[in-house]
Design a protein around this ligand. Sequence first.
Ligand code: NAD
Length: 258
Amino acid sequence: MQDSRRVALVTGSTSGIGLAIAQKFARMGYAVALNSFEPETEVADALVSVGSGETRYFEADLADPEAAFGLVGAVIAAFGRLDVLVNNAGIQKVAAIEDFPPADWDRIRAISLDSAFHTIRAALPGMAERGWGRIINIASAHGLRASPFKSAYVATKHGVVGLTKTVALEAAEKGVTVNAICPGYVWTPLVARQVADQARVHGMSEEEVIRKVMLAPQPTRRFVQPEEIAELAAYLCGDMARSITGSAISIDGGWTAR
Ligand code: NAD
């Protein structure tokens, strides 16, 4: 690996937003570490789609704190360092709080919030030592606003925004920026999978869920595309974004303007 080439880790990068970010970074010439909980044989299509640059796949189930911490160590061992960390892995569950399975609460929090704590505490010292780094946490419009039937997700994403602000303050003089990206609804497998659940809890058809639940709070009335999130992540990695830190940046078609 050329010493000048940046190394990026994108968690949960075999699908949706994470995959789009990994593809963008690869096109920018970064060495890219991809991750999910699945064995490498199951994610071959995603790896191929990232292109022929220097990419490697790291299997790690981020619900496991040791695996999350160890993932960063494995990437540094393979590439020599880590310059850009994108905490993107996340899952969703839609249910009323009285029906919300405690195991799903734990798993949602573990994968999106706890894993970000563990990857950041593993990654920040090396970034600070070199005086340059970028940490991007994929939060959500639900890090800033609530919706019913998503207690674990909304609480977790608010937590991700709080973690982002705290680490930004700690890293402010070290050349490391820490930001949250807060997308509205992006059409990805995660959203496609929840349409049926939303239809059940709201007592609507799936078509009505898309129109009246998902796109209703999004004034543009269209889904954000994963590539739009990837462009924002790329901008945050530029040197001209060095003063953007501790921010929760909305990319939500106007949702949080209300
Ligand atoms: P997705 O389901 O398409 O992709 C999720 C990725 O996370 C996959 O690569 C999956 O393998 C990985 N993953 C899941 N569990 C994991 C685990 N235990 N360990 C490691 N990897 C794991 O989802 P997406 O819509 O692209 O969502 C990505 C992120 O963006 C999530 O944090 C989500 O909350 C956030 N987000 C999504 C939307 C949206 O509308 N799609 C909106 C706001 C925020």
